[in-house]
Design a protein around this ligand. Structure first.
Ligand code: PAF
Length: 279
């Protein structure tokens, strides 16, 4: 595997490649990331991964400085997966001057759910993803459904800018007890790790209640929030949305059986977990 940090060198290395499959990451790789690499391989060749902890998507009180950086073990994992190039730019490589041009997602998609609780987050994500796409020029790029809103925003960005990159969605990789794998799970204490699968259980419960035809979505959501609060979680949101645009479904749309997804974010101790489930 070639490890490349400069944009120029990356372009030289990938020149003429028309079927590149790309997986952008922030490192601290786990089985979830590796499943994205395997899916990428099915959709293109060569597989290119990136590791870059993108300062633009962290708020002033977020965990940028303590975000886990495990470069050596990440490299070993990617080598085993047969990744052809790891693009691992420094901040100077990717942002040699202040990144003044930014991509701003539309408010209805970018300022709801995660966007409401992490102002500027999606602008940081889309800006770096567009820049990474411009460096790698992939034919396909793989994003996990775990970050459902991110996946949807990147997909819409790619479509609206007519980028030649198809966005492939990968299923969420879960531990046996249901907890979605995430780099941030490493912040959980032993007892919090035991408690953490409750988030997925609550999502399943919401999904079951919606499937039975109950239309009082607000009551279902409140009940789910309450269950987390009772066990000392601090939920930001548990919200049933339309899969197509992540907006709140109307009563008519519910009656018509519009495809739905329930999304949640909640803090357990100092760790903020997000998860979702298609209904
Ligand atoms: O999902 C992530 O790890 C990041 O948001 C991404 C897509 C690599 C952009 O920094």
């Amino acid at each position: 595997m070639k490890i490349i940090s400069s944009i120029e060198e990356l372009r030289d290395q990938l020149r003429g490649q028309l079927r590149t499959a790309f997986v952008p990451t922030m490192g601290n790789l786990h089985e979830g990331h590796l499943s994205l690499m395997r899916l990428a391989r099915k959709h293109g060749d060569p597989v290119v991964a990136s590791i870059f902890v993108n300062r633009l998507q962290f708020g002033p009180n977020d965990d940028f400085d303590k975000y886990p950086r495990t470069f050596q073990s990440d490299v070993e994992k990617l080598e085993k997966e047969g990744v052809y190039v790891l693009f691992a730019p420094t901040e100077k490589d990717l942002y040699p001057e202040p990144q003044e041009f930014r991509v701003r997602p539309p408010d209805d998609l970018g300022n709801t759910l995660e966007g409401e609780f992490r102002p500027g987050f999606f602008c940081g994500v889309t800006t770096v993803v567009l820049k990474l796409f411009s460096c790698v020029q992939p034919r396909v790029a793989v994003f996990g459904k775990k970050d459902y809103q991110q996946l949807m925003i990147v997909r819409n960005m790619s479509k609206q800018f007519a980028l030649p990159t198809e966005i492939i969605a990968a299923e969420t990789y879960r531990a046996d007890d249901g907890l979605a794998l995430s780099s941030r799970n490493g912040y959980l204490s032993v007892s919090e790790r035991k408690e953490a699968p409750l988030l997925f259980k609550v999502l399943n419960q919401v999904a079951d209640e919606v499937r039975t035809g109950c239309v009082d979505i607000a009551a279902i959501e409140n009940n789910a929030m309450q269950q987390l609060l009772e066990r000392d979680w601090k939920p930001d949101y548990i919200s049933v949305r339309k899969r197509a645009d992540l907006q709140i479904p109307s009563t008519d749309e519910l009656a018509q059986g519009v495809p739905l997804v329930v999304l949640a974010a909640a803090r357990l101790g100092v760790t903020r977990l997000i998860d979702n489930l298609e209904i």
